[in-house]
Design a protein around this ligand. Structure first.
Ligand code: ADP
Ligand code: MG
Length: 863
């Protein structure tokens, strides 16, 4: 069957992009056809029509206006689609079919539209490959030019790989199509792209990298001997080339790194410690990042997030960061000035990147220039600093890129329009021909502007008007009553109800001049703009280096600002395995408490005092203490000051956490299973340099199981020669305090509680020694349970304790069910109350339950 030439063209292109929605440029629209049209119509909520394609055949059609592309892109990406953008690449001449080409494939990991990107975090795309006990992982952010790769080897390689991916949170992950997608990746936010295996082939990958960088060996990039790192990076590069159609000059280098150089944080620990977002609302506010981020630029914000996700193990690097923070803490004026200037810098990193990619708009160039103009002022601040200091060194490397600034200042006007096609972008005096054209065009326009006056005088027609419309161009309009005054050289063009429109040969000439000049001006501006971009792009390396230094300064100044605001101190970094924190505070809780001040606490962990068992009632502050310790260690290892009076931090290679049960309950998983999987992970991977936070393990099962497991875990951590990890263990099973009597490196601590009458008051103060009793019942009282219930509970507790069923060492056993009814259950409400497991309830749940119970009791009272 015969189809139209355009249909044939469409089908040819579509065939090359079977997994993408093809947006086919047709004049002012991007059209989609067939199944693509159905999808677009549904996802973007636009009308589905049809179009003839030859014979009497019609196919479904849905189109979006070209200027609204971004909002439709956002919808399609969010719905999980990839989008190939096909443009007209030759000018329509009315005769031949316009040539069309896909210029870019937009996928979640290759978005470059500023409006669709988060400013303050990276948008990574990653590629990974797994082989035996080894894995390769590469990632890039094409909006900043970052490109890195690593190779890992481990008995639990999949887990290590998932951990590293969890750090990066890539928007898109490439995975060899021939390998099964691991279930462990389910927790990642990444869109999955199965990429043909041959792209991961070592030779293909190596060749792709070498061609891209124009080198004959990868040795200079540090990955020559790491085949999996090469394969991942090469596959990623090929994919980016395919989607970006080769416009990839911003990927100027490849950084090979080792995950061994950084503290390992598993995904659960990242989440539990609420490093960059809270567990409940997933907001930055309320997370550690929320407290630490006082950055002034988006690039600084992105870097701080990177630092936070990747604490260091290298003492020298940490000391350098800390030296900088200290210098900025001590010199308030310097810090204030630096931050004031940084505010004006903007996102140089992404701006220069857009210039390199060829997607910069006129205002991007102005932004770039203004940002760079601030650099000398920032560099000037360094003059008063002691030479050789880490901060001075960082600042000394700033390059104001004078020629770039100069070029941009000469080339681009101060306040250009948003789009190049609107004209008026290139500054007067930059290019002689352009100036000349503009001159002529202006003269001609002036002539036309004066025409009304001169013709009125010449003809004596007072109401004569000169106007312009798209169809006829310039014209002279004379109203009907005056037509007899029209001179002979007027040529009639158009008749209206009350007037006629004329042109004169001279007017036509000027019109041609103006129109020609305007076309030519736009053309020339486009050429010049491109040239300027290319010249700037040639200096991109210098600009980028400066941008990255500014980002570092921004992060360091942010950390210093926070340190001053919240009275943090410089931690002493050591390698002696001792953690000694004096009067430490939880960085987030201390700023969120309203009605009472935060109570600081000490922490001491060392090879001798390796394990702390912390007992205390619910809501007394155990979890806060544990997290505080982890966060202070982590902050020290990103180079931040810490919330304490003093802190000595022996570097930690990993932080493990096993915290709480409520969130997994919400996620519908078996709590106990999750708990045990995470505990197993800890026992398999902890080292003597690790910090382990165990918050109420064993809670997901019955009391006796729980106590027994917790007991065994502590013993194992204590005895196992490869472990000996520093451990903080919070529990409300005060039976576990017996461990300290048996194991030499275990110490008991408890949260101090004072009793006032029969009320208890939480002091939130951690003191040596085990809690001598459980306060669960007091918490019930605090929560407002009826007095009668509390008293009855107290009685039952005493009977249980007298029967010795709470002593585990005597032999762990579950009391037979027949022993349980110590009391007669007459009231269903009381019965329900007694069955509540208050320890696992959130305050809100407790309140809701109470409310419901009270309602029922009240309604019964009325009956
Ligand atoms: N050191 C402290 N100073 C002041 N308030 C604290 C402190 N530690 C905890 N709190 C308060 O007590 C509440 C409960 O603390 P949490 O650590 O969750 O207790 P637990 O784990 O013992 O049940 C916190 O939300 C906080 O408001
Ligand atoms: Mg707790």
């Amino acid at each position: 069957m015969s189809v139209t030439p355009m249909r044939r063209q469409y089908l040819n292109i579509k065939r090359q992009y079977p997994d993408a929605i093809l947006l086919f440029r047709l004049g002012d629209f991007y059209e989609t056809f067939d199944d693509d049209a159905r999808i677009v119509s549904q996802v973007c909520d636009i009308v589905l029509t049809s179009r003839p394609v030859g014979g009497d055949k019609r196919v479904p059609l849905a189109g979006v206006p070209y200027h609204a592309l971004e909002s439709y892109l956002a919808k399609l990406l969010a719905a999980g689609y990839k989008v190939a953008i096909c443009e007209q690449v030759s000018d329509p001449n009315g005769r031949d079919l316009v040539e069309r080409e896909v210029v870019r494939v937009v996928t979640p990991g290759t978005v470059i539209e500023p409006a669709l990107l988060p400013e303050r975090r990276n948008n990574y795309i990653a590629a990974a490959i797994l082989e035996g006990e080894r894995a390769g992982l590469a990632y890039a952010d094409i909006t900043t030019g970052e490109f890195a790769t690593t190779q890992m080897e481990s008995r639990d390689i999949l887990q290590r790989l998932t951990e590293e991916l969890a750090r990066l949170q890539p928007a898109e992950l490439l995975w060899p199509a021939g390998s099964a997608w691991p279930a462990a990746f389910q927790t990642l936010p990444s869109a999955r792209t199965e990429y043909d295996d041959w792209h991961f082939d070592e030779e293909t990958a190596r060749r792709a990298l070498m061609d891209h960088f124009g080198v004959s060996s990868l040795a200079g990039y540090g990955c020559d001997g790491l085949p999996l790192a090469v394969r991942a990076a090469g596959a990623l590069l090929q994919y980016l080339q395919h989607t970006q159609k080769g416009a990839l000059s911003q990927l100027a280098g490849l950084h090979t790194y080792s995950t061994e150089d950084f503290m390992t944080l598993d995904p659960a620990t990242r989440r539990n410690l609420e490093l960059v977002e809270t567990i409940r609302t997933r907001s930055t506010e309320g997370s550690l990042l929320g407290v630490l981020d006082r950055t002034r630029t988006s690039m600084g914000a992105r870097l701080l997030r990177q630092w936070l996700n990747q604490p260091l193990l290298d003492r020298a690097r940490l000391e350098r960061r800390l030296d900088c923070v200290q210098a900025l803490v001590e010199d308030g004026l310097l810090r204030a000035n630096l931050r004031k200037h940084l505010e004006k810098v903007g996102d140089l990193e992404r701006l220069i990147n857009r210039v390199q990619m060829g997607t910069a708009r006129p205002r991007d160039l102005v932004g770039l220039r203004r940002g760079l103009e601030v650099v000398p002022e920032i560099a000037g601040l360094a003059e008063k600093m002691p030479a050789g200091s880490a901060l001075a060194e960082l600042m000394a490397g700033l390059d104001a890129c004078g020629e770039v600034v100069d070029l941009l200042a000469r080339a681009v006007v101060e306040d250009p329009p948003a789009l190049l096609s609107q004209g008026g972008v290139i500054r007067e005096g930059f290019h002689a021909e352009l100036d000349e054209l503009r001159h002529r065009s202006r003269d001609a326009k002036d002539w036309v502007a004066r025409l009304e006056q001169t013709e009125r005088e010449r003809t004596g027609i007072k109401s004569l008007k000169v106007g312009y419309n798209k169809v006829f161009g310039y014209y002279v309009e004379v109203t009907r009553p005056n037509l007899h005054l029209v001179p002979a050289d007027y040529i009639r063009k158009q008749t209206l109800a009350n007037a006629e429109r004329f042109v004169t040969p001279e007017l036509k000439e000027y019109e041609a001049l103006i129109l020609h000049a305007e076309d030519r001006i736009l053309e020339l501006e486009a050429v010049l703009f491109k040239e300027v971009c290319e010249r700037v792009a040639a200096e991109a390396g210098r600009v980028l280096d400066t941008a990255r230094r500014l980002a570092q300064l921004d992060v360091l100044a942010s950390l210093a600002e926070v340190a001053v605001t919240h009275r943090y101190v410089r931690p002493e970094i050591a390698e002696d395995g001792v953690i000694d924190i004096r009067a430490g505070r939880h960085p987030v809780v201390e700023v969120t408490l309203r009605d009472h001040p935060f109570v600081p606490n000490d922490v001491y962990l060392s090879p001798e005092q390796q394990i702390i068992i912390l007992t205390g009632p619910n809501m007394s502050g155990k979890s806060t203490y544990l997290r505080m310790t982890a966060l202070i260690v982590l902050m020290a290892q990103i180079g931040s000051f810490v919330p304490a009076d003093a802190a000595h931090i022996g570097l930690v290679d990993r932080i493990f956490t096993r915290i709480g049960a409520q969130d997994e309950i919400a996620a519908g998983q078996s709590t106990f299973m999750v708990e045990m999987i995470e505990t197993a992970n800890i026992l398999h991977h902890a080292t003597p340099r690790s910090l382990v936070i165990l918050d109420e393990i064993g809670r997901g099962t019955s009391t006796y199981d729980g106590i027994s497991i917790a007991w065994a875990v502590v013993e194992y951590l204590h005895h196992h020669p490869n472990l000996r990890a520093k451990t903080l263990f919070a529990t409300h099973y005060h039976e576990l305090t017996e461990l300290a009597e048996r194991l030499p490196h275990v110490r008991n601590y408890n949260v101090q509680v004072t009793e006032v009458g029969d009320q208890i008051v939480f002091q939130h103060r951690i003191v040596p020694g085990g809690a001598d009793k459980s306060y669960g019942i007091h918490v019930a009282q605090l929560a407002g349970l009826p007095r009668a219930v509390v008293q009855r509970a107290q009685e039952i507790l005493e009977r249980l304790e007298r029967n010795g069923t709470r002593a585990p060492a005597a032999g762990v056993r579950e009391p037979p069910a027949s022993q349980l009814p110590l009391f007669t259950l007459t009231d269903p409400i009381v019965e329900e109350l007694l069955q509540l497991d208050i320890n696992t309830m959130t305050p809100l749940e407790a309140l809701n339950t109470l409310y419901a119970l009270q309602k029922r009791a009240q309604s019964r009272g009325k009956r």
